[in-house]
Write a protein that binds this ligand. Sequence first.
Ligand code: UP5
Ligand code: MG
Length: 190
Amino acid sequence: LTEKKPTVVFVLGGPGSGKGTQCANIVQHFGFTHLSAGDLLRAEIKSGSENGTMIQNMIKEGKIVPSEVTIKLLQKAIQESGNDKFLIDGFPRNEENRAAFEAVTKIEPEFVLFFDCSEEEMERRLLSRNQGREDDNIETIRKRFKVFLESSLPVIEYYNSKEKVRKIDAGKPVEEVFEAVKVIFTSNSE
Ligand code: UP5
Ligand code: MG
């Protein structure tokens, strides 16, 4: 059976860089389905699944949940969506995530959107978000920054070496960031 592989764009960037905000805009303009790995994991906690407590503890510590758990949730969401174009937001977060996703799904991203933002600005955004996220406290935020630098930036470097990274200055206001995002999606989608 030869089923056409879905189109995937990885949306990466530090905690609070604006991945979720911009993905919502991209969905409206370009017909992608938005899959936030973090949102899928938080839904898994809420559903009372057997992995819920483990996931909750890892998110509280800013640690990266085992690949198999996250990949299973992503695969299920892809299958259930009925779409063939996906923004995968906040994944892959380390080299192991990346390699496992590629091995299991055989999907390579079309490109990688990288929201580049200073820690100072990201911290300000996260501390004023007020959506009750258990990881939006200064202790966990510091841990998330550390994991991003040590584990997630190397993934972006990997894709940069393959010329797949589209870097965006994410420190600007939402509308300005989206203008830059639009240029990238317009020139990559034909
Ligand atoms: N905001 C957005 N853009 C702005 C702008 N341009 N100017 C001013 N304000 C802006 O934005 C954050 C806040 O900033 C919002 O209040 C927004 O209005 C404002 P948002 O769009 O939510 O940023 P985002 O990058 O999505 O931030 P988020 O906190 O979701 O990023 P994280 O990468 O930290 O969180 P995620 O949900 O992806 O992961 C959480 C945890 O889950 C991880 O730490 C990890 O423990 C776990 N996880 C895994 O283990 N594996 C995975 O694959 C994924 C997650
Ligand atoms: Mg998010």
